[in-house]
Ligand binder design. Sequence first.
Ligand code: NI
Length: 398
Amino acid sequence: MDIKLASQAVLTDMIQWRRDLHQIPELGNELPQTVAYVCHVLEELGIDYDSSYVEGNGIVALIDGQGPKSETSQRVLAMRADMDGLPIQEATGLVFSSLNQNMHACGHDGHTAILLGAAKILQANRHLFSGTIKLIFQPGEEYPGGARPMIEEGALDNPRVTRIVGIHEGQLDPNAPSGTIAYKAGALMASMDRFLIEIVGKGWHGAYPEQAHDPIVAAGQLITALQTIKSRNIKASQAHVISITRVEGGYNQNIIPDCVELEGTVRTFDDELRRFIHQKIDQIAQGISQAMGVTCRVTYDYKYPAVLNDAQVVEESVAALSRQFGPDRLFACQEALMGGEDFAFYLKEVPGAYFFLTNPGMIEGAFHGHHHPKFDVDESYFALGAATFVSLALDYLA
Ligand code: NI
């Protein structure tokens, strides 16, 4: 089979599927219309699936190879797409713009379409490989997380997945040229945690602060003190971010409020560092509580771990893609991103790799970034995306 030709041949289908999905974006772990659409396409392709995951919002489909029995027969390659959109009002002006209040502003419509395109090719060429391909269509990547419930419900079992790959489209590495597959062994994307600190003091008249336990002054101390975790407690060479992104409290000019809330995000590439930062936030909050006569309640949510690509899978994949497309289509990312991605959970279970398909789309002459109301992608590169999945599958299973 000529993978490039086969991928070009399903391009029209993929664009149609993407545009249909683009018009009906849904949020989180509630994707009834999206799941119904994907199931319908899988039925048309004659691919068996189970759509009972995450209460009917996640799909696992299987394509069994019919090639001769060999040492690869026991292998199970999972290929994953996320299907959820964002609560953004689309402003692209595209003819196939969203018909509701949400938007596929991160390209997950394209991920789903590209994986369906690859599935169509692989389903028609089962004689070319042995082993099993498992298609994972998950909800909730943006929030609250769909990978974890998929795994807990057995998406990686029966048959047990031995390798997993996934692709994100758009322009994630700012240096990657259009029409490339970007890769990186090891850390690719950061962990993503959220913290909330409720500072509870005692409110009073603004003219008599001596009677109050002022949570606003305590919040000021806390905001400054939390910066010292990065600057004083952690090696400069260990990449991480601690950002306070919301401060809220108070009423007007003559009332000291009872309570102030701080919320923020922590990004790292290391689980131990996540626990250390959590501990330090707790410690500093308790110290300031004592010193300032307030109570700080810290909530630390461990959301997504870091995306850590398996070095061997990356090496084998890059070799296979390079043979298929030539080295010019590949781009080595020089540094990891501080953004997060719940594909990380699969990589904690099985070796695998996540790649970036670079295909920014122009609206009014410019590319607007991910999660922007004018985000768009270049659909012509869907063929490269599908060809990537097919190449990786045939390299591993044939
Ligand atoms: Ni995304």
